[in-house]
Design a protein around this ligand. Structure first.
Ligand code: NAP
Length: 336
């Protein structure tokens, strides 16, 4: 079977190569999945560069999420899954391959009605949207949620979730051409802020003018944007930091944090999910599944590549100003 591998961390388009590997054999409690598709998420790219919160055991195959069909399984649960289409949550990475072996409890059976593109992107972004908005912030109807990088796949999901659930979104983007597009999705406010040209005080003034300040904020940008968000919060406001797109620190003044009792907190889906009880995790999966089928948490796919074109695929994924995810397809004919 073919797999994308890297033997040293570095720029994804330089260190990744396709290798022919032996078919993996499942052991106790494991299943072997024939992969159909897997997205290229920012977390995969950070992992290959060696700057994700988790060290790769080299040589390694990336790919944390995706969809496939269970071929063989060990144990009762594993055997019950044979033939089922499943969401593959590979915490150790490994989904950018034609076949993958992992614990049976790390796959989620999916409806065959779900299009392959939505099945491949079933978990990471949709579940993060629900976890941050509904479970942690518990954003109320009519309340404002402030978010950075609002034009990202996850940002767009949150805008549609706001429209469907009745909370209002104040969305910060760096490109003016995204304003109309995000408004059409249901964004209540869109603020354009280019950190390379504008003063962060302008961002704070603009957010406060439009919302009056917000209790809830989420940000994957960091640096100037994440720092300015701390000045947009109201009494007991909370900023969830869930990405490091600029790789720059967030700075906040104690004079802002102390009197208003503002908190800044990191969010990481994997550990958060492990902290939930099994019945609650199942409820969350049902909620996400429903919202994807309604289109609220659907992902836009900008381009698909066969696994054998891994280098072109990762180059496309790091292009700025791309609208939608890049998908690797393992169910398409090999190009070499
Ligand atoms: N913590 C967690 O558990 C968790 C879970 C899911 C996702 N995430 C994070 O969520 C973020 C979004 O993920 P995604 O899959 O939705 O991403 P995506 O669709 O690939 O979109 C990336 C977005 O980031 C923007 N961006 C890139 N560099 C930027 C910069 N320096 N300043 C401002 N904006 C910048 C891009 O804007 P342009 O369109 O203008 O290029 C684009 O809108 C990522 O950081 C990802 O790691 C974290």
């Amino acid at each position: 079977m073919l797999a994308a591998r890297f033997t040293q961390c570095g720029s994804p388009s330089q260190v990744l190569a396709i290798e022919d590997r032996p078919t993996p054999i499942p052991e106790d409690g494991e299943v072997r999945v024939r992969m159909l598709a897997s997205p290229i998420n920012p977390s995969d790219l950070l992992y290959i560069q060696g700057i994700y919160g988790q060290e790769p055991a080299l040589p390694a195959t990336p790919g944390f999420e995706g969809v496939g069909v269970v071929e063989t399984g060990d144990g009762l649960f594993g055997r019950l899954l044979v033939g089922r289409r499943v969401c593959v949550l590979n915490r150790a990475g490994g989904n950018w391959a034609e076949q993958v072996v992992l614990p049976a409890r790390q796959v989620i059976p999916l409806s065959s009605r779900l299009p392959i593109e939505q099945a491949a992107t079933f978990f990471v972004n949709p579940m993060s949207a629900v976890a941050m908005v509904e479970e942690i912030h518990k954003v109320r109807r009519g309340e404002w949620l402030l978010q950075g990088a609002a034009g990202s796949s996850l940002g767009r999901m949150i805008i549609r979730l706001g429209r469907a659930s009745g909370f209002r979104t104040c969305n910060v983007v760096r490109r003016p051409e995204q304003v109309d597009e995000l408004r059409a999705l249901g964004a209540d406010e869109v603020v354009v802020f280019d950190a390379t040209k504008q003063d962060p005080a302008q961002l704070v003034t603009e957010v406060r003018r439009r919302t009056g300040g917000t209790r809830c904020a989420i940000d994957p940008v960091g640096g100037v944007v994440g720092s300015a968000f701390t000045d947009c919060l109201t009494e007991r406001g909370r900023l969830l930091v869930y990405g490091s797109l600029t790789e720059l620190p967030i700075c906040a003044s104690p004079r802002t944090l102390i009197p208003s009792r503002i908190s800044i907190e990191g969010f990481w889906l994997g550990p958060w999910m492990l902290g939930q009880s099994l019945p609650h995790r199942l409820r969350l999966v049902r909620r996400v599944s429903r919202l994807i089928q309604q289109g609220v948490l659907a992902s836009d796919i900008s381009e698909s590549f066969p696994l054998t074109e891994i280098r072109r695929a990762v180059e496309a994924a790091v292009e700025p100003h791309r609208d939608g995810k890049i998908l690797l397809r393992m169910d398409q004919p090999r190009s070499c």
